[in-house]
Ligand binder design. Structure first.
Ligand code: SAM
Length: 319
């Protein structure tokens, strides 16, 4: 991994990747940590006509390239990122710069206009704004964030994106299930995590705060948040649990824990997204068998366009 002259990734992280990545794709996935990805953006239908915004980007020379699995998603050359953030479509909230992996979560949860939806770890609000657009600003969308500075940044973002339906709450997501039991049709839990999928050898700061211990700390919080999310979900409703980490301790093991506790009332559902770089979740880790339904969870493997991601869609069965 020193071939490119870039700093090597941490050794315990490489050991994890060795176990988590499929052997045939390991080299390609690891190479993606040394590559500059294109900048991806989402056209925002809450602010202007998406076709007009796309034409405006074309006229301004951004050459937006469509993404096959989502008509509102485009990529532009990474070197144009700065110029994009200074462009009128960005400043006016008609586009939102968002990773492609991040866009998969609202698509998998598929909230509909008129529903009651909760985003339990919401700042800076990219997925909340995307859900508000999918819901055409109709229904009820509650966004919870525990960190004050991030909460206010989210409010500003939602405002700029025209996500007028959103009610924001500065509170610990772990308390929401108890306060609002069985209230929501759909819940998004984009859990705070060790952010391993954001590592890039182009910037060693990206892993400066990471350690196996951080993974354990994140997992502890995730266990509390997923229980709260399930408590807040109405019977028959859907929870989407996701992270931008590779560690099974933050992904399959978190879902395994709730399936073992309450498996008769929960079903893991298929995520219907035609991504070329998706693989089933693990059903075995460190010699331990996990719940077989975890084969329906999704690991997005990193490639030249996308960051790694984990998604698991869970239905709380009707009583
Ligand atoms: N969904 C966001 C988006 O797409 O823009 C990103 C969410 S980020 C992965 C996780 C967020 O959870 C962070 O903003 C973090 O501050 C917040 N968080 C951490 N602990 C929390 C808690 N106990 N309750 C609610 N939010 C929490």
């Amino acid at each position: 991994m020193t071939d490119t002259g870039l700093p090597p990734l941490p050794v315990p992280f490489l050991a994890l990747m060795e176990e988590v990545l499929p052997p045939d794709l390991r080299d390609a996935c690891l190479a993606s940590f040394s590559q500059e990805k294109p900048t991806s953006l989402r056209l925002n239908p809450l602010k202007g006509d998406p076709d007009e915004t796309r034409r405006e980007l074309e006229s301004a020379g951004f050459d937006p390239v469509p993404v096959s699995w989502y008509p509102l998603a485009f990529t532009v050359d990474g070197e144009r990122r700065r110029a994009l953030t200074e462009s009128p479509p960005f400043r006016e909230g008609r586009i939102y710069i968002q990773s492609l992996s991040s866009m998969t979560a609202p698509l998998a949860l598929a909230p509909e206009p008129g529903e009651t939806v909760l985003d339990l770890a919401a700042a800076p609000g990219g997925k909340t704004a995307m859900m508000a657009a999918m819901m055409e600003n109709r229904g009820r969308l509650s966004a919870v964030e525990a960190v004050r500075g991030r909460f206010f940044r989210m409010k500003a973002n939602l405002d700029r994106q025209g996500a007028t339906m959103v009610r924001t709450y500065l509170t610990d997501g772990r308390s929401v299930g108890r306060k609002c039991p069985e209230m929501f049709d759909r819940v998004l839990l984009d859990a705070p995590c060790s952010s391993e999928a954001r590592f890039t050898r182009l910037n060693p700061e990206s892993w400066a705060h990471w350690s196996p211990r951080k993974v354990e700390e994140a997992a502890r919080k995730q266990r509390g948040l997923i229980r709260s999310a399930l408590e807040a979900l109405r019977p028959g409703g859907l929870l989407l649990y996701c992270t931008c980490s590779f560690s099974p301790e933050e992904n399959e093991l978190i879902v395994n824990d709730v399936l073992r506790r309450d498996g008769n009332n929960l079903r893991v559902c298929t995520v219907d997204l035609p991504l070329p770089n998706r693989r089933p979740g693990l059903t075995r880790w460190k010699g331990k068998e996990l719940h077989p339904d975890l084969a329906r969870s999704v690991r997005i493997l990193p490639d030249r366009l996308m960051d790694g991601f984990f998604l698991c869609l869970i239905r709380k069965l009707p009583e």
